[in-house]
Ligand binder design. Structure first.
Ligand code: HEM
Length: 599
């Protein structure tokens, strides 16, 4: 920084400069550089994509960064998203980096075009695909157009009901391991509190405060590891030290997210620079967080490559070798690799080695963070509503009364109150709060209700510019009071049992799940939707049968941070990357609704 106070009054008398002060030529250099930077910035702004009609919207909070500091703000982001959607409605303008304007959308008619009808125009945004491509190669989440169609056609059946049914025993084994490790933690915490004279339990049963985020995240890691990759992270073993693979997967979302606001610069580099230069820049750019992302990604990639080679060798060695592996050949990757080897006869249908490998990182990133977020939120909601938690426990006890075996796929998905709790939590607290889509050509999309522009005119069609990005507000649709009724922002599972209002059907939400956008909709909706449901429900059954969850004394308030996936933090500790969810966990008595299989 130039200290202006240290400059002499007259710049005309160089003789007055000391050896340490700035010379005239240095000053010209600094001034010239600033002018060039300003010129580049002005040119960039002039070429930045603007809205084609004068939409209303929140004023930018930063000249350079637009609304991004608020839109991507982790602790205060949700409040900002709710406030702007209440103020500006279902279609408005938001300001991004260097003058770019995006369209915020929660109008379900317009979103039907974005997500379902005009998907040939509104593909996944290049920011997203480039980010994932850099991290994991050409997996389902990072490819577009025809390649995406080809991959989706091959992978979709592997996440269908038949395969998820076959994976249900795997999910039960994860659920049971999780309950065992939590029980051990509660017993240890209880003993240690008792030794200090701290009483945590009213009913005499062991109770202790446990960080449930940690265990939700580990269960999700095992879920995606064993179910999708055929690999155990050994994440539910209390004795195991975290390995580098496990740490990297956990750190990935929190390391990448803060860099999102710099995406326009990254995309420019990806579009304009040769690959070797991009890799060199990624290695030398002096930004510690960028270097951390690189290390995390390299660790995940290295481990995936090793695992892929092992799986391929086992598949080539025959069925016995595959069956001996973790997942016993039922995991998604094993089935995919087998199907792909069989499809090699038809070159057009099959995936390249790079594409198959790309799915590993894709499943890890798509299936771990979302699942940790959903499970943590389910536990949080139930912990803050003991009567409904008990109602759920009673429903589980009844379901157990007729069987000594684990509930099968059909039974797990058929429990009405469990289903209502699951749907309501994913509606109100969608783990992925918003997504983007970018128009590959100019297009006009119809609106469900006319929108007033800043000049007072109304439009019932919204023109979108070529290259313009639309922010699909999953949250705003899921909480819209005109769709869900005046109690839309309340967690009330009964709404799913009583019957939804007519307005829900009328809204024709283009979502794949329960009239919501939680798993999005259309050709790029979540492929792991059924897998997520069965895994989350089995884990929840096991936990609710064995434990009662309630707010941790003195730590009742939790801040839910906006991120790629929403995640919990303690007030005053929101700056910490690793989320936290301390809850008081009490072992429930055998006569308090625990099924025969309680551990
Ligand atoms: C509660 C849990 C989950 C939620 C809320 C969720 C949500 C979503 C959402 C919103 C998308 C759309 C992303 C976009 O368009 O950019 C998506 C895509 C995807 N999800 Fe999930 N997901 C969950 C669990 C899973 C699981 C367990 C897996 C796999 C193991 C998975 C695999 C995928 C994949 C591969 C895609 C990309 C699909 C495509 O582009 O064709 N998800 N998910």
């Amino acid at each position: 920084m130039i200290d202006l106070a240290s400059l002499p009054n007259s710049l005309d008398s160089p003789s007055e400069f000391t050896a340490h002060s700035i010379t005239r030529s240095q000053l010209y250099l600094v001034g010239g550089t600033l002018l060039v930077v300003w010129g580049l910035y002005a040119a960039w702004r002039r070429h930045a994509i603007k809205c084609l009609v004068p939409l209303r919207g929140p004023p930018p909070s930063s000249f350079l960064l637009g609304n991004t500091p608020d839109l991507y703000n982790a602790p205060r982001g949700f409040a900002y998203h709710h406030a702007i959607s209440e103020t500006y409605g279902r279609a408005f303008k938001i300001h991004m980096f260097a003058g770019e304007e995006q369209v915020w959308l929660s109008d379900t008619r317009a979103l039907t075009h974005v997500l379902v009808r005009d998907t040939h125009v509104f593909d996944e945004t290049p920011a997203m695909t480039s980010e994932f491509h850099y991290c994991f190669g050409p997996g389902l989440i990072s490819v577009r157009g025809d390649i995406h169609k080809k991959q989706r056609k091959m992978i979709q059946p592997l996440f269908g009901a038949a395969h998820v049914r076959a994976l249900t025993p795997t999910f039960w084994s994860i659920a049971s391991q999780l309950a065992t490790v939590i029980r051990a933690r509660v017993n240890a915490g209880f003993a240690s509190d008792a030794a200090k004279g701290i009483k945590k339990s009213e009913n005499g049963q062991p109770a202790a405060v446990i960080d449930l985020w940690k265990w939700a995240s580990r269960a999700a890691l095992e879920g995606v590891g064993i179910g999708s990759l055929g690999y155990s992270f050994d994440a539910l073993n209390d004795e195991t030290e975290d390995n580098d693979f496990m740490i990297a997967v956990r750190e990935l979302p929190y390391t990448v997210y803060p860099l999102r606001k710099f995406m326009p610069i990254c995309i420019w580099c990806m579009r304009n620079l040769p690959l070797w230069l991009q890799h060199t820049l990624a290695k030398i750019v002096p930004v510690p967080r960028a270097q951390k992302v690189r290390r995390v990604v390299e660790t995940i990639q290295g481990n995936c490559e090793k695992l892929y080679a092992e799986k391929k060798a086992a598949l080539l060695a025959g069925d016995a070798e595959t069956a001996a592996q973790i997942g016993a050949g039922k995991d998604v990757m094993s089935v995919l690799m087998k199907a792909n080897m069989a499809a090699t006869a038809s070159e057009k249908e099959s995936l390249t080695d790079e594409e198959v490998l790309g799915q590993m990182g894709t499943f890890i990133s798509a299936g771990h963070d979302t699942m940790s977020s959903a499970l943590a939120r389910l536990l949080y909601c139930l912990a803050h509503d003991l009567p409904r938690q008990r109602q759920l426990r009673e429903e589980l006890a009844k379901a157990r009364a007729n069987t000594v075996d684990q509930l099968d796929f059909r039974a797990v998905t058929a429990l009405p109150f469990l289903d209502a709790v699951y749907r309501e939590t994913l509606r109100l607290y969608a783990p992925v709060p918003f997504q983007n889509r970018t128009a590959t050509e100019a297009i006009s999309i119809p609106l469900g209700a006319p929108v007033q522009l800043t000049n007072g005119d109304f439009v019932s069609e919204l023109p979108i510019a070529k290259g313009q990005t639309v922010l699909v507000s999953i949250e705003a649709v899921n909480r819209d009071p005109e769709i869900w009724g005046p109690d839309a922002d309340k967690w009330r599972p009964e709404r799913w049992i009583e019957g939804l209002p007519e307005s829900v059907d009328n809204a024709a939400v283009p979502g794949a799940f329960a009239h919501t956008l939680s798993f999005l909709g259309g050709s790029r909706s979540c492929i792991g939707m059924k897998y997520a449901e069965v895994e989350l429900k089995t884990v929840l059954i096991s936990l609710i049968e064995n434990f009662e969850f309630s707010p941790a004394p003195g730590q009742e308030n939790i801040v839910w941070r906006l991120s790629l996936m929403q995640n919990p933090a303690l007030p005053g500790r929101e700056h910490l990357e690793e989320p936290e969810l301390p809850l008081l966990v009490t072992v429930v008595k055998p006569d308090a609704g625990v099924g025969k299989r309680a551990i």
